[in-house]
Design a protein around this ligand. Structure first.
Ligand SMILES: Cc1ncc(COP(=O)(O)O)c(C=O)c1O
Length: 431
């Protein structure tokens, strides 16, 4: 009897995937050698928060930024100590004022909303597309008010949001657009790289991303003015900008220490060289999964937008509970028991975080949407993003492709585990 017909592991049967998944580690000899060079130089950072060459960072920061510019064909790359810092700087660079509204989707991680709150601006949540889980341009348009100033389009799981449609709306209503391409470096959207087709884009380099510098991020832009502001916010703007400057816009800028170190930048230089390899490997895995999982009834494989490529930070499946007449959690538990441990049924719907719910205490400072800054009632109630909510509550079944270094054999076993669970759905339903 083939394994796919045998007893499910959750009921005491043999586990399909017996080997432990190896945690993603793209760091090799090349990174070790370059880090040795940095350490031998003794210059772990060359940033200075004052005018002069050091304002833009050290040798490796500059080289990494230049390589990013070349790879992604963008005019400016500004590294940060995380993409969260990059997002905060991006919102600040757009000149967002307290009470301004920024539209984003809730199906993402919290940094996207926190970057908005950081400037006492108001996050307004628009729903996602049913197939790609990226922000739905139609929902953006419905959420525009006279106070809307910008959109954050998140390229979730590894592919671009529908940036042409989003840019069209932005143009119509004079809005700015930030691309959060943390999860999709190297993905293509209509012949260009995701993240490079809006006012500001950016990538995360944290330890579970395609490019891993431990922590880190980069903002990219083709605008000289925005690049200047991003650099100022990164590095103590207030101590650099000439107080007698005729440029009103820059006089009152506030800045932080969001600078990337030389070690991380040096690692980034080597990691960038491996990006194509990482993308190819992840696409190879996804293609194997696609070929085999698409045949399973009631399971939808990731949909790749037309004229686009997907770099599979995560492989995002959808379970049709109604059609299968079984709870998604039961399927997940059975798959995990088979050894498919990288599975998750939850991501995040930011508007439903306790932070946004009215029932919690706000603390002394209060939040922007409850303050004098907020110019109208904003709802964070359940029901405002029905597609994202249904995805979270009933459908989503994803696994992190970037989180582990899967062998081919492990991918085949994962496929086998899915097939086995699907063959035994009837039994699973009744027990
Ligand atoms: C969509 C998205 N935005 C922002 C971030 C924040 O990036 P970082 O961890 O580099 O601060 C992440 C990180 O996971 C992310 O996935």
């Amino acid at each position: 009897m083939s394994n796919s017909n045998s007893k499910l592991a959750i009921f005491g049967g043999e586990k399909t995937l017996k080997t432990t998944l190896k945690v993603y580690n793209p760091i090799g000899n090349e990174e070790l050698e370059i880090v040795k060079k940095v350490i031998k130089s003794g210059k772990l950072s060359e940033f200075i928060g004052s005018k002069g060459d050091g304002f833009s960072g050290g040798k490796y920061v500059k080289e990494f930024e230049s390589n990013i510019q070349n790879y992604f064909s963008v005019k400016h790359a500004i590294t940060f100590n995380s993409w969260t810092s990059g997002l905060i700087a991006a919102v600040g660079a757009l000149g967002i004022e307290p009470g301004d509204e920024i539209i984003l989707s809730p199906w993402t991680m919290s940094a996207c909303a926190m970057a908005i709150l950081h400037w006492n601006a108001i996050p307004v949540f628009a729903d996602i597309e049913e197939d790609t889980f990226c922000i739905d341009p139609k929902s953006i348009e419905k959420n525009i008010s006279q106070y809307t100033k910008a959109i954050i389009a998140i390229d979730i799981a590894g592919q671009s949001a529908d940036v042409n449609a989003i840019n069209k709306i932005a143009k119509k209503y004079s809005l700015k657009v930030i691309s959060d391409t943390a999860q999709a470096p190297g993905a293509i959207y209509h012949d260009n790289y995701a993240g490079t087709q809006t006012d500001i884009g950016g990538f995360s380099f944290n330890y579970h991303k395609h490019i891993n510098t431990g922590e880190g991020g980069v903002a990219v832009t083709n605008s000289d003015a925005l690049a200047n502001k991003l650099r100022l916010i990164r590095n103590h703007a207030e101590s650099v900008v000439d107080k007698t400057s005729a440029n009103e816009e820059l006089i009152n800028m506030i800045g932080f220490n969001f600078r990337m170190g030389e070690i991380e930048s040096a690692i980034g230089i080597e990691q960038l060289k491996k990006l194509n390899f990482q993308i190819n490997r992840k696409q190879e895995i996804a293609s194997l999964l696609d070929k085999n999982l698409r045949k399973l009834d009631g399971l939808s494989i990731p949909v790749v937008r037309s004229n686009s490529t997907h770099v599979y930070y995560a492989y995002t499946l959808k379970v049709d509970e109604k059609k299968l007449n079984i709870k998604r959690s039961k399927i997940k538990d059975a798959l995990v028991a088979e050894g498919v441990t990288a599975l998750s049924t939850e991501y995040c719907n930011l508007h439903l975080l306790p932070l946004f719910q009215k029932k919690i205490a706000y603390g002394k400072r209060g939040f922007p949407w409850k303050s004098e800054f907020c110019k109208r009632d904003i709802s964070y109630e359940k029901g405002i993003c029905p597609i994202a909510e249904k995805l979270n509550e009933q459908e989503f079944l994803g696994f992190g492709i970037c989180a582990f270094d899967y062998t081919d054999d492990q991918i085949f076993k994962i496929i086998e585990a899915f097939k086995k669970v699907w063959k035994n759905l009837d039994f699973l339903r009744k027990n």
